[in-house]
Design a protein around this ligand. Structure first.
Ligand SMILES: Cc1cc2nc3c(=O)[nH]c(=O)nc-3n(C[C@H](O)[C@H](O)[C@H](O)COP(=O)(O)OP(=O)(O)OC[C@H]3O[C@@H](n4cnc5c(N)ncnc54)[C@H](O)[C@@H]3O)c2cc1C
Length: 538
């Protein structure tokens, strides 16, 4: 029987959309290019049996406040075993001179850590948290409201007593904010390390909020780790969908949109299979690919222009290690381990890195490194005593010599990164590394076509591509230029990371357009449109 809705792509966002639509009683078919669902939210035995590696995302801090989990609107916590660990320390970072910064879940301890470098910086951090606490509900409401379905961020901010400060702040760069508020190079370097995890260059206007939002979220619930690995979220979403008659078909890349009388009525796969939908098509195909799935002249000129000028963002580079000990950071205050750890250069090094990346200069040093070791708090991901360690950084899409040069270039770059890391973690030697895999930006792109050029977050999140401009001015409310076609995923507001926000927002728009009350579905428990309860089948 023809499904009501066909969803192209099975990342966490489009699965969330699919689940809400299924909750409303709609028949949903998801068509996924990869052999497994999940996109950037997967856990796989990439190297050795028994070692469960988060191939992409590990930290889930952002989705914790999404009502999909905060209010358990799909029963993923109650019925599907979703459970988080909030690691403490929150983060540990080494500086070029051998100094370090350790962030704790205890707010006062973190203030004291800033105070080690400057009393004024301790005060500045306390002020940063308090000021953001006072306004974060405004930003959250704007993010959870599809463009045009409620007041805009500007309208919401205007009602805040400190509107003028925040209006300026969000137009500034993260670096502008950090250097205005903090004086020591250690505080500045630590905050840049934190904010650069979004893969946004730190001196670009419009990144100012990153100086507040990331560190504030981490102070509350650390770099939240999903017990068992990121892939458990995907498993839970697929199970929810299947329990409600939905289906996920993997290994079927979508190549074309089916258009009839200007309306999108389904998709066609690369193998020629046609999947028609009686009511709607939802896509999480990257917008720069989506536009090639219908004749170019059928898209409005403004949409075409927005996609031609769409900046896919800064690519990533990854080194995956299995080891029999975690990276232990030696400091003058004793050894430290942290699920989220790393090293960072001084502010000028991080700013230069952002500039180089944006202008295509291959990175040959290590000014910024994230070292993720989830097995420190979730040991069940590896055989006893074993660890999964992931080194993440940024890199350009093409090394000198072109894409064919990646095999050699990535091995050399990984070796440089490990040598650098060992200045801080001397015991993390080759003898303790049981297996290793290096992924270049081209490898990330090959593993997930949504990660164009090996970028992680669906496109740059600067002013030109955020809020009502994402993915294109005029098409930010998840409705695409062809009636019947909706877009979700990281190319829609508010962008990438494991937030589930694009997924839930897209569900709201589709439901409303289909004449189903979204508030009856986007809620805990709730009733489906036909009036039946949404209790999982016995
Ligand atoms: C190494 C790495 C580490 C990361 N770490 C973190 C982290 O710790 N925390 C965090 O919040 N974020 C992290 N991210 C980013 C995060 O994984 C992504 O931003 C997030 O997965 C985006 O979710 P999505 O649902 O929008 O899209 P995706 O997860 O990219 O899913 C899109 C899906 O659509 C499918 N698809 C694309 N085109 C087609 C087509 N033509 N036909 C059919 N299917 C198609 C893809 O195969 C994919 O399954 C990381 C990413 C990487 C790569």
């Amino acid at each position: 029987m023809e499904p009501d809705v066909v969803v192209a792509g099975a990342g966490h966002n489009s699965l969330i959309t699919a689940c809400y639509l299924a909750k409303a009683g709609l028949r949903v078919l998801v068509v996924e290019a990869n052999p497994v669902p999940g996109g950037g939210c997967v856990t796989e035995e990439l190297l050795l049996p028994g070692y469960e590696i988060d191939s992409c995302a590990t930290g889930h801090t952002l989705i914790r406040t999404n009502p999909v989990l905060a209010d358990d609107e799909l029963g993923l916590v109650a019925d599907h075993g979703i459970a988080y660990v909030d690691p403490d320390p929150v983060a540990h970072v080494g500086f070029p001179d051998g100094g370090h910064f350790t962030m704790s879940l205890d707010r006062e301890a973190t203030i004291a850590e800033f105070g080690r470098f400057s009393k004024a910086d301790g005060d500045a951090y306390a002020r940063l948290l308090a000021e953001y606490d006072d306004v974060k509900h405004v930003f959250a409401r704007a993010q959870h409201t599809p463009a045009g379905l409620g007041p805009s961020l500007d309208q919401l901010l205007a009602e805040h007593p400190r509107a003028r400060i925040w209006q300026r702040r969000r137009m500034l760069s993260a670096w502008d904010v950090i250097r205005t508020e903090f004086e020591s190079r250690e505080a500045r370097a630590f905050l840049l390390w934190m904010a650069f995890q979004t893969n946004q260059a730190m001196d670009v206007p419009g990144t100012g909020m990153l100086a507040y939002s990331i560190v504030s979220g981490r102070q509350q619930r650390s770099w939240s780790i999903l017990r068992g690995g990121s892939g458990r979220l995907t498993d839970a979403l697929v199970a929810y969908l299947e329990e409600r008659g939905g289906e996920v078909r993997c290994g079927e890349p979508v190549a074309r949109l089916l258009l009839e009388d200007g309306r999108c009525v389904g998709v066609e796969t690369e193998a020629g299979a046609r999947y028609r939908a009686s009511r709607a098509v939802v896509s999480s195909i990257h917008v720069s690919h989506l536009i090639d799935m219908a004749p170019r002249q059928t898209w409005p000129e403004e949409f075409d222009y927005a996609i031609r000028t769409y900046d896919v963002g800064i690519p990533g580079f990854g080194v995956y290690c299995l080891s029999d000990l975690p990276p232990v950071f030696e400091t003058q205050d004793g050894p430290r381990t942290s699920v989220s750890a790393g090293t960072v250069g001084w502010p000028e090094d991080v700013l230069r890195l952002g500039f180089d990346l944006r202008h295509g200069r291959f990175v040959t040093d290590v000014p910024w490194l994230l070292v993720a070791t989830p097995t420190l708090v979730d040991p069940g991901r590896a055989p006893e005593g074993g660890h999964t360690v992931k080194l993440l950084s940024h890199q350009v899409y093409e090394p000198p010599g072109g894409l064919d040069a990646w095999p050699e270039a990535k091995a050399a770059h990984a070796a440089r990164q490990l040598e650098h890391l060992r200045r801080y973690t001397p015991s993390f030697t080759d003898e303790h590394i049981l297996a290793m895999l290096v992924k270049s930006p081209a490898d990330f792109e090959a593993a997930n076509r949504h990660m164009v050029h090996g970028t992680f977050h669906g496109g740059d999140r600067g002013l030109a591509q955020s809020g009502p401009n994402r993915p294109a001015p005029g098409w930010a409310a998840h409705r695409m230029p062809f009636p019947g076609l909706y877009q979700t995923g990281a190319t829609t507001n508010p962008g990438g990371s494991i937030t589930g926000i694009p997924g839930r927002n897209a569900a709201r728009v589709v439901l409303a357009d289909l004449g189903i009350d979204p508030d009856a579905v986007l809620c805990a428990g709730g009733t489906i449109a036909t009036g039946a309860t949404t209790e999982p089948p016995a």
